[in-house]
Design a protein around this ligand. Structure first.
Ligand code: DGL
Length: 292
């Protein structure tokens, strides 16, 4: 079921610990992070925004991604969010630094698990699947320099994968063939670890395991992000009271919401209606789609 809403313009007062945690992604991928947050922090109210009208971000320019991140962050603050989880590696790579200067709530951002990959890889060769925007970002380069200078990373843009998950096609022959074309060269090169550097990719877990068997350890940072969120809430006195039952997660989409509803209900057992929201792009930019 889809409910339509316009975005309110006014910001609310300082949030209390009963306020929701805002989580956003370019589309459905951030549900993999929401799943981990829900499992670790069952008392927290959650407010999810899928910017499906503008997905994939991996084919957008940096200015556009920054503008959408700020606009959605501000919208979540206006809805009373007490903290923001940027559940999108691409948006974190391009926009989290600026968002931290513009938004008044704590912000946590998901990034590719380069550090855990480096600590787990025995062969010192690891594959990374992420968007082109993430792979070419300064933040990504700096993660490798800081944590994994002695490892070889085979970095593969996951062209076509976000689009497939957005269509709820998580295990079709076409998706399997695409994944095989990305993963088999990594196996041939001796990789024993695969970083899932995009929050959409954990939903492709089954076909990835089918291709790689036990030859690759998969690194997904959603559980680490949930733990980081827990630490940040505690440090700011923002944890929801443990005795209270959280309301059902509120799911919003800038698209028609049908696929968000389908994935949330089939993979997460979340049957709440999806609200269709309009969130204008931040005035710093009106981006142009650019080839990834
Ligand atoms: N889930 C986003 C990420 O983690 C996908 C980006 C996109 O829309 O291309 O990067």
């Amino acid at each position: 079921m889809i409910v339509q809403h316009e975005s309110p313009s006014s910001a609310l007062a300082t949030p209390s610990n009963h306020a929701p945690i805002g989580i956003f992604d370019s589309g459905l991928g951030g549900l993999s992070v929401l799943r981990a947050v829900r499992a670790l922090l069952p008392h927290e109210a959650l407010l999810y925004v899928a910017d499906s009208q503008h997905a994939p971000y991996g084919s957008r320019d940096n200015e556009f991604i920054t503008a959408r991140t700020l606009a959605i962050g501000q919208w979540l603050v206006s809805q009373g969010a007490k903290a923001l989880v940027v559940a999108c590696n691409t948006a974190t790579a391009e926009a989290i630094a600026l968002a931290r200067t513009q938004l008044s709530i704590p912000i946590i951002g998901v990034e590719p698990g380069i550090k855990p990959a480096a600590s787990q890889s025995a062969s010192r060769i690891a594959g990374v699947l992420a968007t082109q925007v993430t792979l070419r970002s300064e933040r990504f380069r700096s993660l490798i320099e800081r944590y994994a200078a002695d490892c070889r990373f085979i970095c593969q843009p996951g062209h076509g994968l976000v689009e497939a998950v957005e269509r709820c096609e998580t295990d079709t022959p076409a998706v399997r063939a695409l994944l095989a074309s990305y993963i088999e060269p990594m196996l041939t090169a001796g990789a024993d670890t695969l970083v899932l550097g995009c929050t959409h990719y954990p939903f492709l877990d089954a076909p990835i395991r089918e291709i790689a068997g036990s030859r690759l350890t998969l690194i997904d940072t959603s559980v680490a992000i949930a733990r980081q969120l827990e630490r940040v809430l505690d440090a700011n006195g923002l944890r929801a009271p443990a005795g209270e039952l959280a309301p059902p997660a509120r799911l919003c989409s800038t698209g028609d919401g049908a696929h968000l509803h389908r994935l949330a209900s089939t993979l997460l057992g979340l049957n709440t209606p999806v609200e269709q929201v309009t969130i204008g792009t931040h005035p710093i930019a009106h981006g142009n789609p650019a080839a990834a």
